[in-house]
Structure formats: structure tokens, C-alpha cells
Design a protein around this ligand. Structure first.
Ligand code: M6R
Length: 365
């Protein structure tokens, strides 16, 4: 079942090019530059005219929602709110005509997400599901939805489901944008680039051994920071969560500029700080955030674009990723972070597929 891999997590990380191809298959119309999401097609008018989206989920799914917020706001210019399902269910959210809720869940069984969906439905919202497990409770409870189609995810740490959640939200955002106001050339470019993502991920996976070497050098440190901006701020949060849950290293993910509002006090000699510093993510600003860390003795692990020579002098460790449209970057930048967490945990001799205190799906409150 492990197909030669040592752990399910590693298998699922390496499965991502295929899993995402399956997720995108038949959904990208490369002749007419449209996106076809069968499960929500009946609702397309309703979605195009939606006044506001509420995106909800827990853990990794919530991070995917945060990426979705940037995507829908930028590409479709529709207001978006993201809320943890555990908070949404006990809030008194304002749901008006034209509010559409999108619930994201790999398992489709997460108790808080399900309760939030039920509450929003009672208040008259249209609720869509972005779910992996076919026929799961959330898939059945939502009004309509889009399946991830990535196959079973066994490792407790979500990997291929995360990239597929982001891919589905990206497709939704592009299609909403196309129907609302995106110009044709931008739509075309985004769809073409999205189609190339599985191959690009395949290229990034080749860095696994190099990332293992970085883990050997930094994996003994107990406190890490993960920093990104824009589309890659949620990616930074996801990188930190991956490291925490399987290696038990304390990690904090932040939008890079927030560092100076407090967390910078944590930085001491040799503390690893992982930056996603691609050309798209407010490059100049993030460079100054990197300098702030280096000035305090932090060790920088930088994810940067291929061909970016300027970045070399700022990096103690450098991981290169291909250039892609910034809207698609989380799909690529997440991969080295998954590998980093994996290798750190394995080097610590931990059970990466079944980390302590965690269950694959959280069906109790
Ligand atoms: O099955 P769900 O997507 O609803 O699960 C949500 C979270 O419990 C889940 O993403 C969790 O955070 C993962 N262990 C993260 O890797």
C-alpha cells in the first residue's frame, strides 16, 4: 500500500502531481478558457451574483480558505470573510440574501465544520462543500459542492488534500472572475498556468533530498518562524502547522510584517526563520523582513524563485521554486514546506503518520 515509500505522508506528498491532475481533469476547458465544475454548475448564476462569501473550515482546511479569500477577492472582486468553523458556529453571523458559504473539509466529518454548515443553512445561506471523501456527512449536508478527487489521505498531516482544496478554490475564483470582470487574456493565462501546476510540483519534489539536508542542520531547534506575505501568508501558516503537528517543534506562522509587532522578540541566535520570498509576494518588503531576522542572528531558510540571484546573499539555506503567477503560488510553495516538516519529524524518530494526540478526523467538538 505504501508503494515503496516509508510513510503515507511521504507517499501523499509525492502523489500530488497525479492527485492534482485528477483534481483538475475535465475541469479546465483549454479551448474556450472556462472552468467547468459540474457539482456547482446549476448554481453558477447565484454564485456570480453573490454579495459575499464566508469560507470556513478547521486547521489546514482553514488555511486553504485563507488562500481562497485572497483569490476570490482579487480575481472575482467579491467580499470574502474567513472564519474558523468552531467560531462561526457560535457567532451570530450576518447572513443576508446573496451570502454564500463555502465549507472546506478533507474528511467531510469534522464536527465543528458540520455544525457551522447546519447553522448557516438554517439562516438561509446557500452552502457549498469542498470535500474529499465522497458521500461524507458534509458532502451530503451541503447544497452542492466540488470534490477534491485526490483519493484517500491516510497521513494525519494533510498534504495532497491541502493543495487540492487550494486548487478547487482557485478554479472557483477564476471562473467567478471570468463571469464577472476578468479580462480574457488574464483568464486564459491563469487557466493555462493552472494546467501546468502538476508538472511544476513534480519539479519541486526533486528537492526532497536537499530539504532533508536542511532538516539535518536545523531540525534540532525547538522554535521556528514561518513568514510570508500576500497569497503566501496562508502558506506560511500551513508550513508552521505541518512542522508542529508531526515534529512537535514549536512553530509560528505569520504575515511577515507582523513580526515586528511582537514575535521579533523571540529571535535569538540560530533560530530558523522560513521565508517565502518569491518575486510575487511583495518582494522588497519581505527582503527587509529577512534583514530584520538576520540582524538578530536568525537562520534564514528562503523559498525563492529560480533565477533570483539577489536573494542569495540573504539566505542561509535556499530552496528554489519555478516562477508562476502569484495567484497560483501557494500550490507550489506549500510543497517544500511539507517536505521540511516531514524530514524534521523523521530525523527526530517520530511517527509521522500518526502524531501524538491527533486523529485524522476530528468528529468531536
Ligand atoms: O477533514 P478536515 O479537512 O475537515 O480536517 C480539518 C483539520 O482537522 C485538519 O486539516 C488538520 O488540521 C490536519 N491534521 C492538518 O494537517
Amino acid at each position: 500500500e505504501l508503494g515503496g515509500y516509508e510513510h503515507y505522508m511521504l507517499k501523499e506528498i509525492f502523489e500530488q502531481p497525479d492527485a492534482l491532475s485528477t483534481c483538475l481533469k475535465g475541469r479546465l476547458d483549454l479551448n474556450n478558457y472556462k472552468i467547468i465544475l459540474g457539482g456547482i454548475q446549476n448554481l453558477s448564476r447565484h454564485l456570480t451574483t453573490a454579495k459575499r462569501f464566508i469560507l470556513t473550515g478547521c486547521g489546514t482546511a482553514w488555511h486553504a480558505c485563507l488562500v481562497g479569500e485572497y483569490l476570490i477577492e482579487r480575481l472575482a472582486r467579491t467580499p470574502v470573510e474567513v472564519e474558523y468553523a468552531s467560531e462561526l458556529r457560535y457567532r451570530n453571523p450576518i447572513i443576508e440574501e446573496g451570502t454564500v458559504v463555502i465549507a472546506v473539509s478533507q474528511s467531510g466529518e469534522t464536527a465543528d465544520t458540520l455544525a457551522a454548515i447546519e447553522m448557516c443553512k438554517e439562516r438561509g445561506a446557500t452552502v457549498l462543500g469542498v470535500v474529499n471523501v465522497v458521500g461524507s456527512t458534509i458532502a451530503r449536508t451541503t447544497d452542492a459542492g466540488v470534490y477534491l478527487r485526490v483519493g484517500p489521505e491516510i497521513g494525519v498531516a494533510s498534504t495532497k488534500a491541502f493543495t487540492a482544496q487550494v486548487a478547487v478554490l482557485t478554479m472557483m475564483a477564476i471562473e467567478l472572475g471570468r463571469r464577472r470582470h476578468l479580462d480574457n487574456s488574464r483568464t486564459e493565462q491563469l487557466i493555462k498556468d493552472l494546467d501546468r501546476i502538476p508538472n511544476i510540483i513534480n519539479d519541486v519534489l526533486k528537492y526532497s533530498d536537499m530539504i532533508k539536508d536542511i532538516s539535518k542542520e536545523c531540525g534540532d531547534r525547538e522554535n521556528w518562524l514561518f513568514l510570508g506575505r500576500g497569497y503566501n501568508y496562508p502558506t506560511a501558516l500551513e508550513g508552521a502547522l505541518k512542522l508542529k503537528e508531526i515534529s512537535y517543534i514549536h512553530a509560528e506562522g505569520l504575515p511577515a510584517a507582523e513580526m515586528k509587532h511582537g514575535p521579533i522578540a523571540l529571535i535569538n541566535d540560530g533560530m530558523p526563520a522560513v521565508f517565502i520570498a518569491t518575486r510575487c509576494s511583495n518582494y522588497d518588503k519581505i527582503i527587509s523582513n529577512i534583514e530584520e531576522v538576520r540582524a538578530r542572528g536568525g537562520k534564514t531558510i528562503i523559498i525563492a524563485n529560480e533565477g533570483d540571484e539577489e536573494i542569495e546573499r540573504y539566505a542561509d539555506y535556499l530552496i528554489r521554486i519555478p516562477n508562476v503567477d502569484d495567484a497560483l503560488e501557494p500550490l507550489v510553495a506549500a510543497i517544500p514546506l511539507q517536505l521540511l516538516a516531514y524530514h524534521c519529524a523523521v530525523l527526530r524518530g517520530l511517527d509521522v503518520d500518526k502524531p501524538r494526540n491527533l486523529a485524522k478526523s476530528v468528529t468531536v467538538e
